[in-house]
Design a protein around this ligand. Structure first.
Ligand code: C5P
Length: 232
């Protein structure tokens, strides 16, 4: 899979999701299904969007004991998603178990991506709440290396970290970056943002874009604009 724009379908129901995607006549954007929509609608929403021809990033961020993650990943693998993810904080052993669980009998599997430190965690909360004293960018790179060693395909990271992740883990290690905004757009609650064009320049492999597309007056035009800036 090459560079692509993944649309974050942060909707509360299948109905709202279909109403949104029905606007894209003839186009099948790569979509991200997160916890809110998955917990509301269950695996049926994944099957339906797959049947409609969308590629799917199932963003459930698993983090549990290796055996539980392995068995859960086997279930997600049978759903035939294209990308799924977990928390690197679950340790290398958990990530290796996840790869095993995700791998189908024929040897194929969805791409598996790690969350390093959430962008909602800052240096202060990491030190005080998690008792991790190193600088956060070192922690992020260390977790990225762990993910690579465990056989994962990449990390979710800020577009600002994508270049350094590639320097540390190699160009083939994927970076999926949220926090994307148009130069003339609202940044909302995101703090460190980049335009699709800047994300392309810095080497992001996939950008995850939510509100700049879902809340646009013309979502299809906003999606096309992302594609033009990021892919073409
Ligand atoms: O609407 P917006 O473009 O901010 O949506 C970004 C999407 O990426 C949301 O689904 C959000 O949960 C997700 N995300 C993020 N930052 C992370 C990880 C995921 O914004 N570090």
């Amino acid at each position: 899979m090459g560079k692509d724009v993944i649309v974050a379908c942060d909707f509360a129901s299948a109905e709202q999701t279909y109403a949104f995607l029905d606007k894209f006549t003839g186009k099948k954007p790569f979509v991200k299904i997160g916890m809110e929509l998955f917990y509301a609608e269950g695996p049926a929403i994944v099957r339906e969007l797959k049947a409609r021809g969308h590629k799917i990033f199932l963003d459930l961020k698993l983090h549990d004991i290796p055996n539980t993650v392995k068995k859960s990943m086997a279930v997600l693998s049978r759903l035939d998603v294209d990308i799924t993810n977990l928390h690197a904080a679950g340790t290398k052993r958990m990530m290796e178990a996840a790869v095993e669980g995700l791998t189908r009998p024929d040897g194929t599997r969805p791409l598996l991506i790690a969350v390093t430190q959430l962008t909602s965690t800052d240096q202060e909360s990491m030190e005080n709440d998690l008792l991790i004293k190193e600088p956060i960018d070192q922690v992020v790179m260390h977790y990225a290396k762990n993910a690579k060693d465990a056989g994962l395909d990449g990390v979710v990271c800020s577009p600002l970290e994508a270049g350094k992740v590639h320097d540390t883990c190699g160009k083939a290690f994927l970076t999926i970056t949220p926090g994307v905004r148009f130069a003339d757009g609202d940044i909302g609650d995101q703090k460190r943002v980049m335009t699709p064009a800047e994300a392309k320049k810095i080497g992001s492999d996939y950008i995850v874009v939510g509100r700049p597309i879902t809340a646009a007056d013309d979502p299809v035009a906003a999606y096309e604009r992302c594609l033009n800036e990021f892919v073409d």
